[in-house]
Design a protein around this ligand. Sequence first.
Ligand SMILES: Nc1nc2c(ncn2[C@@H]2O[C@H](COP(=O)(O)OP(=O)(O)OP(=O)(O)O)[C@@H](O)[C@H]2O)c(=O)[nH]1
Ligand SMILES: [Zn+2]
Length: 362
Amino acid sequence: MTRDYSAFLPPHKHGHLPDRPAAFLETYGWQAFFAQQISIEALVDTPPVRVVEVHRNALHVLGDGIDRTIPPIPDVTVGDWLLMDKAQPQASRALRRKTVMKRRAPGTDRQEQLIAANIDTCFVVTSCNQDFSVARLERYVALAFEAGIAPVIVLTKSDQVTDAQAYVDPAREISDRVPVIALDARGDEPRRALVGWCKPGQTVAFLGSSGVGKSTLTNALAGTEWVATQAIREDDAKGRHTTTRRQLHLVPGGCLVLDTPGMRELQLAGAASGIDDLFADISDLSQACRFNDCAHVTEPGCAVLSAVETGALDAARLRRWRKLVAEDAFNAASLAERRNRDKSFGKMVRQVMKEKSGRTRR
Ligand SMILES: Nc1nc2c(ncn2[C@@H]2O[C@H](COP(=O)(O)OP(=O)(O)OP(=O)(O)O)[C@@H](O)[C@H]2O)c(=O)[nH]1
Ligand SMILES: [Zn+2]
């Protein structure tokens, strides 16, 4: 799959308009991508608004001269742009998304859930300590690639180690498309180090385990104590717990920061192309395998295994790739099963027959 990786470069390389007083919509992330989807008339009749907060029973939307809550709309999430139907807000239409982040809900029924839309950059955060795990970073980066979001790896707590480079080096090896930054998340270092991605009109999010400094980074960008630096329990979907935050904060004079606890327990599901993007070295090698469906385990003529033998490919990287592919396939399969259960019996039978005949042909 070919992708346009120019979007993965820091925004300042594309040129910016720093001195123009940004219009309200632009401050809230309005970009040419969205403007191209509508006519001038539609702009007037149905003004664009951004969903800045999702409550259980309402969406908080902001637009030019608009600041209100409207009833929830199915499949609309924080970060979405809506064309506001003033008379009938529920009928507001969502604009096509630039990026969308999804996850599998925690709990037993594990439905696919929208986390956020139209994030430009996601900071994948870990610390220079035992939280650091190449495998976890790879999972987050694959998720970002899958969502179409540019990832940046941020290694916090660099002040607590003598050799931060020992963390930076393995992080850099994950992908040459992902910048790596080590810093002390407290104080004003993040403002300076992340400025290229945090310009006005940009929407950013922080991904990472509890305690790695996501709230500290958010506060550092804002220059104030915005977010309490403590864990907040995610809604368990049984209605017992209600303090789920899903909001976009506007940093005064700066970017929009997505704040949602849902970013912590991300699992891969249907992220095959994100995994391929991240492990482009392995996908490229597999083109030369003798068998089209080579699993790179014991197959003769496997180009991936020979690359491991010659040392061109790290065996540990191959193992991590296998685990991610398996996790993704497992989760995607159970999603598919869920969907099938809801379909008609006849359809299900046809599906099974098709799979059967496919199997006997092989
Ligand atoms: N020394 C040092 N401490 C840090 C750094 N980043 C975060 N901390 C501290 O680590 C603790 C956890 O930081 P938080 O910002 O709450 O972490 P979080 O990722 O938001 O955690 P959750 O809200 O549980 O997801 C706080 O006490 C921070 O002050 C850093 O770069 N250096
Ligand atoms: Zn192979």
